[in-house]
Each structure stands twice: as C-alpha cells, then as structure tokens.
Design a binder for this molecule. Structure first.
Ligand SMILES: *[C@@H]1O[C@H](CO)[C@@H](O)[C@H](O)[C@H]1NC(C)=O
Ligand SMILES: *[C@@H]1O[C@H](CO)[C@@H](O)[C@H](O)[C@H]1NC(C)=O
Ligand SMILES: *[C@@H]1O[C@H](CO)[C@@H](O)[C@H](O)[C@H]1NC(C)=O
Ligand SMILES: CC(=O)N[C@H]1CO[C@H](CO)[C@@H](O)[C@@H]1O
Length: 405
C-alpha cells in the first residue's frame, strides 16, 4: 500500500514539475496538489490521466483508516476525550458556516439627508422570453440576463446564473442563511441555522442584497412551516438539512428557477468528480469579514470521503476522526473557499452531456476556518433525498420540479 502511495506521489510530483515544492509545505497541500494536478492535465494527455487514475482512482485503498482496538489506550489531546471515550465524529469541533454578524447596510452618502439614487444611464432591462423555463418548466438551468450591473471578480455570480439560490431572512429582514428553491413553494437549507420556533422569510431572484439594481424583481415569501431532518444532530451536524414550506408559491421566471436534486440511483459521484461544480451564497470572505452584497460563487472540485477524512485527521479533529456518510467534501479551486454566512447554500455540478444544466449535490454545512487548504464540507444530497421525497409526497407536492428529465 505504501509503495503504491509513494509511486503515485512521485508521478504526481513529476507531472507538476516546478510546483513540486508544495509538498514541503505540509501534507495537507498534497491532496490539494493532486486535485490541481488532475485539473492541470485534464485537457492535455488522456493516457497520463489513466496512469494517475490507476494510482488514485480508488482513493479508499491509499487512505486506509487506522482502527483502534477495543479497550486500547489512545493518547489524544484532552478535548478529543469525552468521558473516557475518544471523540471520533468531531462533535462540537466543526465550524458550521453560520451567520455570526449582521452586515448593516450603511448609507454611503456624505451629506446629511442624501440617499443613494440609481444611475439614470442604466440600459433598459431586456425581457425576452427564455423558452427553457417560462412555460415548460425545467430545473437546473440558469439564464443570461443582460443588464447594467457591475461584476467585480470571478467569485461573483452573474445575475440569473444560479436562479435557485435563495436568501433565508428573519422577520427583521436579517440574513440568516442561504437556501435553494426545489419547488415553487419549498426551500432546502441546513438545519443548523434554523430555529423551529422562529419565523422566516425566503427571498428568491435577488443578486445584490443592498440595492434593487436587478433588471427583474426579486420575490419575498413567508415560511409557513419548517421540517428539520429527524436524524439531525446539532453537535456533529449529521443529516444537516431542513425544508421550509412557504405560504404561497413563488412565480418561476428567468431569475427564479428550481434546482435539480441529485439522486443516488441516477448520479454516480465518481462521474461528478470530473465536472464543474460551484457553491453560492452571500457569506463573508474571511472569518469575521463583512457579508457579500452581490451573490458569491466559489468553484469546487469534489473529492472522495476517504481522502476528505484523511485531510481532517491531520487537523485538531484528530487521527481517529470518522467522516460521517451524510457528508460530501470538495476543495475550492485556486484556494478559494466558502466562509461564515454561506451555510445552507447549494453546491451544484454540471450534469455530464447536458451543458449548462446543474444538479445540486450538496448543502453548505461546515469547515475548519476558511480558505486554509482544507476541504469544505456539505450535506450530501443523495443521503437525504429519500427524506425530501417523503416530505413532499406527504404534502402532495410535485417532485418533478427537482427531477432532471
Ligand atoms: C429559538 O427561538 C426561541 C424563541 O424565540 C428561543 O427561546 C430559543 O432560545 C431559540 N433557540 C435557539 C437554539 O436559539
Ligand atoms: C450592490 O449595490 C450597492 C448599493 O447599491 C452598490 O454599492 C454595489 O456596488 C453593488 N454591488 C455590485 C457588485 O454591483
Ligand atoms: C421584500 O422584503 C423587503 C424587506 O421587507 C422589502 O424591502 C422589499 O421591498 C420586498 N420586496 C418585494 C418585491 O416586495
Ligand atoms: C414541448 C412541450 O412540452 N411543450 C408544452 C409546453 O407547455 C405547454 C402548455 O403549458 C404545452 O401545451 C406544450 O405541449
């Protein structure tokens, strides 16, 4: 096993050539380098790709978990020992992607009494019909909506690009978490940012949360009832999912569409590991940073659970850490990452052979810090899909809104 690992790393390091110094920076960068290496060669040489895959394809063999024997003394940091038992599921050690501070929108005008006014030079909004979604409904498609809105960097989504990404607000209009529209009257989010005894509002079709500058209007809707996953555990965030059922349905439009949901019977994750994935939200860029105004988009590459578990075993979660099967991990491209306030947001991947159509595979759940070469962790949609279907059927709601046909 060790030899296979070593030869594999050798091949990887030969391939990245001048970049091989990354290995000296610590082991956590190795997996990142491998992911990057796959990216870098993916368009170059299929044969090399096959060779690398033969070493890394089955990651479960090269990242075999140590298993403690029963009754064995395990020397662990004190915080990993609970009543004489080693903490193996990361209880209370994860950092959920919470909203930790509310960003106040400050009036930027210097003169007392002045307020922000829209530019008069804005081009008129274009309102042609998009036949993909208006009458004949289809989940997972975004729209190109031309307009005079400024996009500052590659981590900002375009208006209409991810039309299922929803804001979850409290009654004071404060940002609580992100969600995804899976049916005109249902929003999927994480359980960790929802308090069942509070009231919420869902908002869709918005891009810039601080100004109504979009060429198509957003929509607000009150949440009528909340259902958390019955097996959700707050301390270790397993089954971290909640459904918000709305008072009335949203109207689907070019800036409002439903997400398609991954189903284990139709989508092999190994296939999705090669596709373009992205997560969206309005969270901060750094811990304690301010929240984004315009929708944020972070591109991700999915990794296997054994590889992910191995990455976290090198952290304070400890070497006995076991990643629960309801999680899904991904590395942010170019070292970018989600952060506080992104919880509940959708992670979507392009469906192979259906260009520009996306499938929601994850719900943003937790990480350790932000953008520090560790994977981001999501609730795996396939592990909660059955529960979603059941809750929908119990209310006579049409599941075809999130089923890609
Ligand atoms: C949930 O909301 C109720 C009612 O506002 C409040 O008493 C309770 O402390 C909240 N729970 C949590 C975990 O914040
Ligand atoms: C969002 O709106 C605010 C206020 O109108 C504006 O200052 C900011 O530039 C907008 N952001 C983007 C990315 O357009
Ligand atoms: C949505 O709710 C916010 C906060 O109450 C409000 O400012 C906004 O005008 C509402 N949008 C629409 C389209 O009604
Ligand atoms: C191709 C297709 O399915 N067209 C349908 C679109 O929706 C209208 C009415 O909603 C139907 O009449 C069409 O057959």
């Amino acid at each position: 096993m060790h030899r296979v690992e070593l030869v594999g790393l050798l091949v990887a390091s030969l391939l990245i050539g001048s970049h091989s110094h990354r290995f000296s920076k610590g082991q956590s960068s190795i997996a990142y380098t491998i992911v990057k290496t796959f990216d870098e060669i993916s368009n170059q040489n299929d044969k090399l790709k096959t060779i690398i895959k033969s070493f890394f394809g089955d990651q479960s063999t090269s990242t075999k978990a140590p298993e403690p024997a029963e009754g064995e003394c395990l020397c662990t940091p004190f915080y990993l020992c609970n009543n004489g038992e080693v903490n193996r599921d990361g209880s209370k050690l994860f950092e959920p992607r919470y909203v930790i501070k509310i960003c106040k929108s400050v009036n930027p005008c210097k003169t007392v009494g002045d307020i922000c006014c829209q530019s008069l030079t804005r081009s008129p909004p274009l309102r042609e019909k998009d036949d993909r979604i208006s009458d004949n409904y289809s989940c997972g498609y975004g729209s190109e909506i031309p307009g005079d809105y400024y996009i500052s960097d590659p981590t900002t989504a375009k208006f209409g690009e991810y039309p299922w990404t929803a804001l979850v607000l409290n009654l004071k209009n404060q940002y609580q978490c992100v969600g995804s529209l899976i049916h005109p009257e249902v929003v999927l989010t994480t359980a960790h940012c929802i308090n069942d005894s509070e009231n919420y509002i869902a908002r869709v079709g918005q891009w810039n949360t601080t100004g109504n500058i979009e060429p198509l209007a957003h929509q607000n809707m009150s949440v009528k009832s909340i259902v958390k996953h019955p097996k959700f555990v707050f301390d270790n965030l397993i089954h971290n999912a909640a459904l918000l059922f709305l008072e009335n349905p949203f109207k689907l439009d070019r800036n409002v569409n439903t997400a398609c949901l991954a189903d284990s019977s139709t989508v092999p994750y190994t296939q999705l590991r090669k596709s373009k994935c992205a997560a969206t939200g309005w969270g901060s860029d750094v811990p304690k940073g301010i929240y984004r105004r315009a929708m944020k988009k972070i591109e991700f590459s999915l990794i296997s659970n054994p590889l992910c578990q191995n990455e976290f075993r090198k952290t304070r979660l400890g070497k006995w850490f076991q990643l629960h099967q309801t999680f899904l991990c991904a590395f942010g491209k170019n070292g970018r990452d989600l952060c506080y306030g992104d919880g509940g947001g959708p992670l979507v991947c392009e469906i192979s052979r259906q260009p520009l159509r996306y499938l929601q595979v994850g719900i943003t759940s937790w990480g350790l810090g932000c953008a520090n070469n560790l994977p981001s962790v999501f609730t795996k949609v396939t592990s909660i899909k059955h529960w979603i279907d059941q809750e929908m059927s119990a209310r006579n709601l049409d599941t075809s809104y999130y089923t890609p046909m």
